[in-house]
Design a protein around this ligand. Sequence first.
Ligand code: TYD
Length: 167
Amino acid sequence: MNEATLILIKPDGLKKSLTGNILTRLSETKLEIVAAKIVRVSRELAETHYAHLRDKAFFPDLIKYIQGELHNRRKVMALVYWGEDAISKCRQLAGATNPEEAESTSIRGAYGRITTSGLYENVVHVSANQGDAKREIKLWFKPSEIIVDLYPTKEVLKDNVKVKVWA
Ligand code: TYD
């Protein structure tokens, strides 16, 4: 079944010049890129994206990490991949959340690390399931930034101009 997934190349991936490498690995999936941009991650975006981990001891470090404060690279690359079994194909290539447990040929196994404070710096984010993908894609992208219609939208007036927003 065709589905979409959010992919983030996190600040460690950008700092280590892994963007091309990661995109090449992901192209093995033959999925289609339907949205892409560089994002400066606000605290609000970071905290909303990782809201399910709010109670974890590593949460403050995780927020600093995704905002680029640990790598002096205040940006991430956000993409939407679309196609047959997109989520499982991309998660397979990404590898396990813990880089030590990830298969050594996976992106996280090859390039991830665990910091001395115990945070997993695992280079990429891939949505875990269709529900998360929908929530995350709607959080990171406006409808007009995606070249296919993934989720319902509605038109609203903004400064007297009609714009599409998520319904
Ligand atoms: P999570 O959403 O559980 O995993 P995934 O990114 O594979 O969907 O966790 C989000 C991020 O939080 C994860 O990519 C790295 C970090 N993290 C840790 O640093 N330590 C942990 O024990 C866990 C579970 C996550």
